[in-house]
Design a protein around this ligand. Structure first.
Ligand code: F6P
Length: 545
């Protein structure tokens, strides 16, 4: 990425007010975009046309068009692991699958889709039942990271489409308290378990899976003390999604209940594969297909639209503008929708695990910073928490507001207030309030000069915070698919510009290795390579009563 060009492009923006950009009459038309399911207003970003064109040139110079083609065509763009990155093909029509994957693999993918759809139908119709013949009432999905977040965010987003006869629960954390909380709600005879783990070695997932298996077997022995074939509870009620078939079988899951994952689908982009099984069980096959359709439409938009009108490309470039040109280190994700409450957490993983890197694809140290720190919360809750800092500290925090024009609840006034708050916050963050404005307001309210001078500074707000507002008509499976695909592509484009490999995650490994060393230390194996601090913490753990 031409960082010199980027920095020099940003010279005037650093001291410019966003509001002043609205002097240009057509700004709202020129700085907004539509795709089949989403509308993006980026007019509140601190950028003008010349700067945006400059950014687009930077993207062209790094060969973004070629990189997009390479991703969709299956080049091994995950170079550190020698893998293609083809989650997009999972939501494409069969003919595209055949072109990209070839006959054999395309059939394998189709077979997995059919197997998954059959499971969903079987559960819905009561053909698949628990080991005592009862219909399933609950699903417990066990997985973490990419084998969790996509399902979690979509489950709450699409709650409205849920089959009310089936409650789907997800468990990721290894905290036994979290597990107990889930298990308390479950009945052994009517709970279907899905273990999702690409590697089938992830510590948290394996521990949780073992604990749930034990719980099931011991509950089953209480329910049916005379039954001497209790493993049928596992055989009938357990499913797995993994690329490590051997480990799944060793764990004891019925081989007919194993759905595949492929190395060309990264964990955090895997919702579109059989990883989506718990979601499909919750919302049904048709809605799951609609989710994929929405994502596919975004793929087509991304692949074929000129950069200037291309939503993922524009959002990516704006992110780079804010991160590297204006030097803002964070990004707030503020969905004004309770159903999108899990989106900030989901995007923390997809964005930060993908682009939180500091060397290029060829291993050279980068001379620019990459992924911002992503955080957020559903609105309006954030307004009564961290948004104080966004308004009045000296830190400028670029923000993505996300909102649906129509709500689902009967409380239409609540929805109106929710949307009003969303629009008001982007306005307030941009406009701020100057000292002069505050003083004149206080004068009008009749405050004494002495009181005004005491309080005025406390009431000023810096403003000039850039934001995107992403608007959808209604949150549906299609719009949700489009939204997730939009961010996936945005992250990909940023990775191309930052020249990182967005599809590996070696940084997670060190924590895993040291976790194992600490665990051994907790079992009494002294490890002098650990710092005095960690050794003393372990000693405290061992000395607990
Ligand atoms: O968090 C690291 C990670 O490797 C993610 O990329 C992955 O989605 C997650 O762990 C879970 O891995 P697995 O699906 O193999 O259990």
């Amino acid at each position: 990425m031409n960082i010199q060009k980027l920095t020099s492009l940003a010279k005037s923006a650093k001291t410019r007010s966003i509001i002043s950009l609205f002097d240009q009459k057509e700004r709202i038309n020129d700085f907004s975009l539509s795709t089949p399911h989403l509308y993006l207003d980026y007019s509140k970003q601190n950028i003008n046309e010349v700067e945006l064109n400059g950014l687009i040139e930077i993207a062209q110079d790094v060969g973004l068009s070629e990189s997009i083609t390479h991703q969709f065509d299956g080049h091994k763009i995950n170079n550190t692991e020698g893998r293609s990155v083809l989650h997009t093909v999972l939501r494409a029509p069969q003919v595209v699958k055949q072109q990209v994957l070839g006959e054999t693999l395309a059939h394998e993918v189709e077979a997995a889709e059919q197997q998954m759809a059959k499971i969903v139908e079987g559960v819905q119709k009561g053909v698949l039942t628990g080991y005592t013949g009862q219909r399933f009432t609950d699903v417990l999905a066990i997985g973490i990271g990419g084998s969790y977040y996509g399902v979690k965010v979509s489950l709450s987003a699409l709650e409205h489409y849920r089959d009310l006869a089936l409650a789907v629960h997800v468990i990721a954390n290894v905290d036994g308290g979290a597990l107990e909380e889930k298990l308390k709600k479950l009945n052994v005879e009517t709970t279907l378990v899905v273990v999702i783990s690409k590697t089938f070695t992830t510590q948290e997932t394996m521990l949780n899976a073992k604990a749930v298996k034990q719980w099931m077997l011991s509950c089953a022995s209480e329910v049916s003390p005379a039954d001497n074939n209790l493993t049928s509870v596992i055989d009938k009620q357990w499913f797995a999604v993994s690329s490590n078939l051997e480990a799944v079988e060793t764990f004891g899951i019925n081989e007919k209940h194993i759905l595949p994952m492929w190395d060309w689908v990264g964990g955090r982009f895997s919702l579109w594969s059989a990883v989506g099984l718990p979601l499909a069980l919750a919302i049904g096959n048709d809605n799951f297909s609609k989710l994929k359709q929405g994502a596919y439409e975004m793929d087509m938009h991304f692949k074929s639209t000129d950069f200037k009108q291309n939503m993922p490309v524009i959002m990516a470039l704006l992110g780079i503008w804010n991160r590297n040109a204006l030097e803002y280190p964070t990004l707030a994700i503020l969905p004004y929708a309770h159903s999108l409450r899990a989106l900030p957490g989901y995007l923390q993983q997809t964005d930060m695990e993908s682009n939180g890197k500091s060397v290029s694809k060829s291993g050279d140290k980068l001379s620019w910073l990459t992924a911002p720190v992503v955080f957020g919360q559903e609105g309006t809750n954030g307004q009564h928490a961290f948004m104080q800092l966004m308004h009045q500290s000296d830190d400028i925090i670029p923000t993505d507001f996300i909102v649906a024009l129509k709500g689902r609840s009967q409380y239409t006034e609540n929805h109106k207030v929710l949307v009003a708050n969303c629009f008001a916050q982007s306005e307030a963050l941009m406009q701020g309030k100057t000292l002069a404005q505050v003083k004149s307001e206080l004068e009008v309210s009749g405050l004494s000069v002495e009181k005004i001078s005491r309080i005025a500074h406390h009431k000023t707000m810096k403003g000039n915070t850039p934001s995107n507002t992403l608007v959808m008509e209604l949150l549906t499976p299609e719009t949700m698919g489009a939204l997730l695909a939009l961010y996936e592509h945005k992250i990909f484009v940023q990775g191309v510009l930052w020249q990182v490999n967005s599809f590996d995650q070696w940084g997670v490994e060190l924590g895993k290795q040291l976790g194992t060393s600490i665990l051994s230390a907790m079992d009494g194996v002294k490890d002098d390579s650990l710092s005095a601090s960690s050794q003393s913490l372990v000693a405290k753990f061992l000395a607990r009563v």
